[in-house]
Design a protein around this ligand. Sequence first.
Ligand code: ADP
Ligand code: MG
Length: 279
Amino acid sequence: MPEPLLEVRGLKVAFGGGRDALLRRKPAFEAVRGIDFSIAKGEAFALVGESGAGKSTAARCVVGLQRPTDGTITFVGAPLGPRRDPAQRRAIQMVFQDPFGSLSPRMAVGAAICELLRVNGLAEDKAAARRQATELFALVGLPESALDQRPRAFSGGQRQRIGIARALAVEPTLLVADEPVSALDVSIQASVLILLKRLQRELGLSMLFISHDLAVVKQLCDRVAVMNEGEIVEEGSVQEVFSRPRHEFTRRLLAATTDLPRLEISRARLVQAEAAVGR
Ligand SMILES: Nc1ncnc2c1ncn2[C@@H]1O[C@H](COP(=O)(O)OP(=O)(O)O)[C@@H](O)[C@H]1O
Ligand SMILES: [Mg+2]
């Protein structure tokens, strides 16, 4: 296996704890209980599990939005602490379930991306920023005219494309996508997934993909780790885990989400969506 891009060791996150008004120790809740995983360059790695398993908490640690209670996160050989330098912050970008939260409602979406490019020293002047923003929008399948609209003007699927363009603007190495299509209509989920997969391949991005839907993971990812109650219970290639699940919990998850007809339908939909996107 090539040297990992991201290496997570013994990651723990506890919430609560501390002392109450009478200085009695309150019990802490461990959302993440010492997990290990690594992601190679160019690899799409999935973290799956039911709601509340600790997936988002783990993802937020990787992006630097959540401080771990214990454990280490190493990125291209260097430890990632709570304070990251600008290059480290740029290198790991997040695509959220609800991209609305990361878009300013009062600003045209293009202006926001241009600002991001300028602040990060990626565009020399306004014209260059506009050119790059136009290219980014083309990359995610949006016309240049979309740059001048505010977030409210867009559908959920378009907003998620904008969220992806925003994440890509700073040229990340690792994209962390936390349930990026769960809030979208089923009919447009596939087109956004196709887009993510295409970008991941074409840009050589590594991806930490979080989902509760194993059917989606099967189409998109190389390796998968299954989380349950804060722990990784099983890990392997998507091929292995899907054909020979070892853990009872994984079998249950598979039985719940990947009956054959649904998979066939979703595959047909993927092909359809791919044609619509023009790839
Ligand atoms: N900021 C927080 N404070 C307290 N508990 C939290 C916080 N964030 C998440 N949790 C709890 O941690 C557990 C794991 O949450 P989360 O990581 O969001 O799971 P998942 O993304 O797998 O659904 C849940 O029980 C959740 O209620
Ligand atoms: Mg979550």
